[in-house]
Design a protein around this ligand. Structure first.
Ligand SMILES: Nc1nc2c(c(=O)[nH]1)N[C@H]1C(S)=C(S)[C@@H](COP(=O)(O)OP(=O)(O)OC[C@H]3O[C@@H](n4cnc5c(N)ncnc54)[C@H](O)[C@@H]3O)O[C@H]1N2
Ligand code: MOO
Ligand SMILES: [Mg+2]
Length: 401
C-alpha cells in the first residue's frame, strides 16, 4: 500500500508546468504569474493630493482656527489629470482635487471641510499638520522594483496592481486541460426519471467544478456504463485534447471495474491502494502519452482524492508556488475515532478556531460533504482524539481561501 505522499509524488510527476502565454489582464484571474513582474512606473507616479481641498504652505495656514481664520487668494484650480500646474507662490493657495499633482512649494492639503470652499479668496478655519494628505511619489512601489514575483496567484488585487504598474497583459501558464469521465452502469443524467437501482450521476459536475475552481479548463465527457469497449472508445475520441484525464469509479475490487480493466490491459496505469480514507483505491499513469488519474467512484472519495492528488498536480502545472491549499489548525468540538494506518480526511465545519465534524466517515455522504467547509486531517498513527484536541484542517471553501 502506498502512502499519501508516495501517490502524490507519482501524480505530480505526470504533469509538468505548462507553457507560458501572454494573457490580457481581464482573462488572467485565477492564473499564476510565470515570470517576475517589475513595476513599469512608480506608484504613486507623482506626489498627489489625498483630499479635495487647498494646497497650501503650512507656515501660512497652520495657525488657522475658527476664531482666527486665515484668508488667502486661490490662484489656481488643479483637477485630477492636470499636468501643467505652476509652483505655489507664497501667500496663495491652489484649489486641488484628490489625485491631482501637488504643486511644488505646498506642504499641506487643507481639506475643503476646513474652509468656506471659496474659489477666489478662501477662508481657512483649521489645518492638519505639515505633510498631511500628500501622497508621495514612489511611496507604494518604485519603477523597476519587483511588483510581483513569479508564482504569484492572480486574484483581484494582483490584477489591479499589474494594471496600475502598466501591464496590459501578463505572462501566465496555460490552463491545464482536464478531461473528466465518470463511469457506472447505475448512473442517470440528473433531471431524468430514476428506476430502482439507479442513481443520479454527480461526480462529473463535482469534478469539473473542482477543476475550474483550481484554475483548469474542464471538458466533461458523457459518463459511460461499465463497458470496457465503450469506455476506451470514449476516452480515445477526446484524449488528444487533454493535458490530463480524470476518471471516476471502476477502480476497486468488484467484478465490473471498467477503468481498471480497460487501462490494465494497456499496461501504463498502475492501480493500488493508498493509505487514506476516503480515497483508498487509486490509479495513475499515462494512456497514449496523456497523464491519467483514476479516482474512486464514491462521491466523497472522488472529492477528497481530487483535493489530495489532482489539485496539487494542477497547481503545479499552473505554476503555483505551493501545491497546497490553505491549511490551519483547529480544536475539535467532539472526540473522534480514526482507523489505524490510514490518513483520514473527515469533513468539518471550521469557524476560525474550532471545528465540528460534519457527518461520519462514509464516503457516500454527499449532503454532509456539501455542508462542510474543511477537511479534518487525522494522521495515520492516530486512532482516537479527545474533545479539544488540535487537528489540521484544509480549507475547501472558496470564501475561506
Ligand atoms: N471488496 C472491496 N470493495 C470495495 C473496496 C475494497 O477495498 N474492497 N473499496 C471501497 C472503497 S474504499 C471505495 S472508495 C469504492 C471505490 O469504488 P470504485 O472506484 O470502483 O467505484 P464504483 O464501484 O464505480 O462506485 C462506488 C460508489 O460510488 C457511486 N458512484 C460511482 N460513480 C458515481 C458518479 N459518477 N456519481 C455518483 N455516484 C457515483 C456508485 O454508485 C457506488 O455506490 O469501492 C469500495 N468497495
Ligand atoms: O476509500 Mo473509499 O474512498 O473510503 O470510500
Ligand atoms: Mg467498483
Amino acid at each position: 500500500m502506498r502512502t499519501v505522499e508516495e501517490h502524490q509524488a507519482v501524480v505530480a510527476g505526470l504533469l509538468a508546468p505548462l507553457p507560458v502565454e501572454e494573457v490580457a489582464l481581464a482573462a488572467a484571474a485565477g492564473r499564476v504569474l510565470a515570470r517576475d513582474l517589475p513595476a513599469l512606473v512608480s506608484l504613486p507616479g507623482f506626489t498627489n493630493s489625498a483630499m479635495d481641498g487647498y494646497a497650501a504652505r503650512h507656515a501660512e495656514v497652520g495657525g488657522a482656527s475658527e476664531d482666527s481664520p486665515v484668508r488667502l487668494p486661490v490662484v489656481e484650480d488643479v483637477p485630477a489629470g492636470r499636468s501643467d500646474g505652476p509652483p505655489l507662490q507664497p501667500g496663495t493657495v491652489h484649489r486641488i482635487m484628490t489625485g491631482a499633482p501637488v504643486p511644488d512649494g505646498a506642504d499641506v492639503i487643507v481639506p475643503v471641510e476646513r474652509t468656506d470652499a471659496a474659489t477666489d479668496v478662501v477662508t481657512v478655519t483649521g489645518s492638519p499638520a505639515a505633510g498631511t494628505h500628500l501622497r508621495h511619489a514612489g511611496e507604494d512601489i518604485r519603477a523597476g522594483e519587483l511588483a510581483m514575483p513569479a508564482g504569484t496567484a492572480l486574484g483581484a488585487a494582483q490584477l489591479g496592481l499589474a494594471a496600475a504598474v502598466g501591464y496590459a497583459t501578463v505572462p501566465v501558464r496555460r490552463r491545464p486541460r482536464v478531461l473528466v469521465l465518470s463511469t457506472g452502469s447505475e448512473l442517470v443524467e440528473p433531471g431524468l426519471p430514476l428506476a430502482m437501482g439507479q442513481i443520479y450521476e454527480s461526480n462529473s459536475v463535482l469534478l469539473a467544478a473542482a477543476v475550474t475552481e483550481a484554475g483548469g479548463e474542464a471538458r466533461t465527457l458523457h459518463f459511460v456504463p461499465d463497458d470496457v469497449d465503450q469506455f476506451l472508445a470514449t476516452v480515445r475520441a477526446e484524449l488528444s485534447w487533454a493535458d490530463v484525464l480524470v476518471t471516476s469509479g471502476g477502480v476497486s475490487a468488484g467484478a465490473y471495474e471498467v477503468v481498471k480493466d480497460a487501462f490494465r490491459e494497456l499496461g501504463t496505469v498502475e492501480f493500488g491502494k493508498v493509505a487514506m480514507q476516503p480515497g483508498g483505491p487509486q490509479g495513475a499513469g499515462t494512456v497514449d502519452g496523456v497523464p491519467v488519474i483514476t479516482l474512486p467512484g464514491n462521491p466523497v472519495s472522488s472529492f477528497v482524492s481530487f483535493e489530495v492528488f489532482v489539485r496539487p498536480a494542477l497547481r503545479r502545472a499552473l505554476g503555483h508556488a505551493s501545491p497546497d491549499r490553505l491549511r490551519t489548525a483547529a480544536r475539535l468540538t467532539a472526540p473522534l475515532r480514526s482507523p489505524a494506518g490510514r490518513r483520514q480526511f473527515l469533513r468539518g465545519r471550521f469557524d476560525g478556531a474550532v471545528v465540528d465534524q460534519v457527518g461520519g466517515p462514509g464516503s457516500h455522504l454527499v449532503a454532509h460533504l456539501a455542508r462542510a467547509n474543511c477537511l479534518v486531517v487525522v494522521p495515520e498513527d492516530v486512532t482516537e482524539l479527545p474533545e479539544g484536541a488540535q487537528v489540521a484542517v484544509v480549507l475547501i471553501e472558496g470564501a475561506l481561501q
